[in-house]
Design a protein around this ligand. Structure first.
Ligand code: ARG
Length: 602
């Protein structure tokens, strides 16, 4: 049996798949509570194992002793000093393959050195099987993201939802969860009364001779103009919504036409961004709304207010409106029904809604109402991920010069155009040679990747200033820098194969030949072993920024490694090439989870 198997037995089920930090933490937690059984009741919850800030002290550090000493002070059998508290923890550690040596500082810090054999075996595993996801309970998850509105242009807010949602879905799927990627498009709102009515007015023969509308924005604007100028038109529009929602065939026909046009436009953006969604728009829930309201009423949650049916909730000043005064249903009715469908019909135990932060209270009200109605089992997670605003250079909401919302397709085109220009510049300077086609493909890949990465690396809740210059910078924490780092890595392996005649395939088949020695190699190796810790954190806070931070750190550790350690032509060539390979597979996994493709050459 390998040392890893021994470890798994010794630590009673603590799996290394839990990630390096999580494994160490679990082991030190166990040792701490064994050495100091009263720690838990004294309020100590964790042994606080972290990576050492200064590598010279150790690889990892356990910082629990000081807090432990303070918490137990004065009690029976309390430690005489932080150092004594720490020493007892060390004495309680089980035999295990991770820890090589420990040393306790006078202040009670436990510095931990990992066993070289453990590090090497773990890196070999990464090369053999790829970076492993954390071991987690498998759940059924609805991710409600993108969700633009029919007949309206998708704006940068929808871009954020689309990019963040796609990354979260990919991470969830990688961890083995069952994921429903729902596009909750706004296809049933009051805007349709106006649009259908305008269609009837402007194109009376629309049924036999449908107009060729490719630009819905113009159509929308014209309809809105009519709506704003005429009371009569307004009244007619309101009636039309009621007609549509009660199934009038002519209305349905126009509605279908409008939805189809929009859908095609949305799909263009999804194709470019390599995003997959399943449409479950507002209209999908329409027939199920009355029974939802009945269920809420049976649970005693519905009351009458000025002719409307509402649900009042403890922590909110205004209620959910489940049936409007005119008998119609709105955003709240639809979302309550969507929650019920997701929990009861799809049997999901995790719902994640991704919209701008402005909708946070709407989502939390719906979640609270679902809980109050008794629809939510224990262990089910209902989460809203509210993101910040994308700002223009003036610090105000991102708009075009003329004040219109920025069209998503234009924005993506511009990123690609600028990237193409910068590649051309490098070619002109003789810094790179490639074919025209390859240059164009790289520009598109990096351009889209740069837009995505610039968004994902921010904490979701922060607002950020949109800047092509910053997102396309070759230095700093950008997609472009990461692509360069990856290409550098790939070129080392390529050179080994082409110029030094290393059989790279055979090399990868013997990953056990890796031997991590140099300080920079160790620093890189630890980073590699933190991968599943990061994936876990990424889902715990619904923050793809965690993964971006990790990828960036990995790239910088890799750069340090190749700067400080010669790879090609050195005595350690085999091992170092293997370390490059382990870094490569891990980087590529991060890229793909973030919705980007790693390039081998730039
Ligand atoms: N269509 C909405 C908007 O553009 C977002 C919908 C989000 N999902 C939901 N279930 N409410 O703001």
């Amino acid at each position: 049996a390998s040392t890893i198997d021994t470890f798994t037995k010794a630590s009673k089920g603590v799996s290394l798949k839990a990630g390096l930090q999580a494994s160490l933490l679990a082991m030190f937690d166990a040792a701490m509570f064994k050495a100091w059984p009263l720690a838990k009741s004294a309020g100590i919850t964790s042994s606080s194992v972290r990576k050492c800030a200064d590598y010279k002290n150790g690889d990892f550090q356990c910082n629990a002793a000081m807090a432990l000493f303070k918490a137990l002070k004065g009690g029976d059998g309390a430690p005489s000093s932080p150092q004594a508290a720490a020493s007892a923890i060390v004495a309680s550690l089980p035999v295990n393959p991770l820890v090589d040596t420990t040393s306790v500082s006078p202040q009670g810090y436990i510095n931990i050195r990992l066993r070289p054999a453990f590090i090497n075996q773990s890196i070999a595993k990464v090369i053999k099987n790829g970076p492993a996801p954390p071991e987690v309970k498998k759940m059924r998850v609805v991710v409600d993201f993108s969700s633009p509105n029919i007949a309206k242009e998708m704006h940068v807010g929808h871009l954020r939802s689309t990019i963040i949602g796609e990354a979260i879905c990919r991470v969830l799927e990688f961890c083995g969860h069952t994921v429903f990627r729902h596009n909750h498009v706004g296809d049933w709102g009051t805007q349709f009364g106006m649009l259908i009515n305008y269609m009837k007015e402007a194109y009376p023969n629309f049924l036999t001779d449908p107009p060729n509308i490719t630009d819905l924005t113009t159509f929308y604007k014209a309809a809105k103009l009519r709506f704003d100028e005429s009371e009569e038109f307004k009244e007619a529009s309101r009636n039309t919504v009621v007609d549509l929602q009660s199934g009038d065939p002519a209305c349905k026909e126009v509605w279908t036409l409008l939805c189809d046009i929009s859908r095609k436009e949305f799909q263009k953006v999804y194709d470019r961004l390599d995003v997959t969604l399943e449409e479950h728009g507002e209209s999908f829930y329409n027939d199920m709304i009355p029974s939802t309201i009945d269920m809420l009423a049976e649970a005693g949650l519905v009351s009458r207010d000025d002719g409307a049916d509402i649900v009042r909730l403890e922590h909110f000043t205004y209620p959910l409106i489940v049936r409007k005064r005119d008998g119609g249903f709105g955003y709240d009715s639809t979302d309550m029904t969507a929650i019920r469908y997701r929990l009861k019909t799809l049997k999901c135990d995790w719902i994640i809604g991704i919209t701008d932060a402005g909708q946070a209270s709407h989502f939390h009200m719906c979640f609270d109402a679902a809980r109050a109605a008794g629809w939510v089992d224990e262990g089910t997670k209902l989460e809203h991920l509210g993101f910040g605003v994308v700002l223009g250079p003036d610090g105000k909401k991102f708009k075009t010069r003329s004040g219109d919302t920025v069209r998503l397709v234009d924005l993506l085109d511009e990123a690609v155009r600028r990237m193409a220009a910068s590649i051309q510049e490098r070619m002109d300077e003789g810094k790179m040679t490639t074919t025209k086609e390859a240059a164009a493909a790289a520009a598109a890949e990096i351009g889209y990747g740069a837009v995505k990465y610039y968004d994902l690396r921010q904490h979701p809740s922060t607002s950020y200033v949109f800047s092509y210059d910053r997102m396309l910078d070759t230095r700093g924490n950008t997609a472009v820098y990461l692509q360069f780092a990856h290409a550098r890595l790939a070129s080392i392996l390529l050179k080994a194969q082409d110029e030094l005649h290393v059989d790279v395939t055979a090399l990868k088949a013997s990953p056990e030949k890796v031997s991590v020695e140099h300080e920079s190699e160790r620093a890189l190796a630890f980073e590699l072993l933190m991968f599943s810790d990061v994936i876990e954190a990424c889902l715990a806070d619904l923050g793809p920024n965690r993964l971006c931070e990790y990828l960036y750190t990995l790239a910088t550790k890799f750069t340090d490694f190749v700067t400080n350690c010669r790879v090609l032509g050195s005595d350690e060539q085999t091992s170092r090439l293997l370390l490059c390979e382990a870094t490569g597979v891990t980087m590529r996994k991060c890229f793909s989870l973030l919705g980007m493709k790693a390039l081998d050459r730039i």
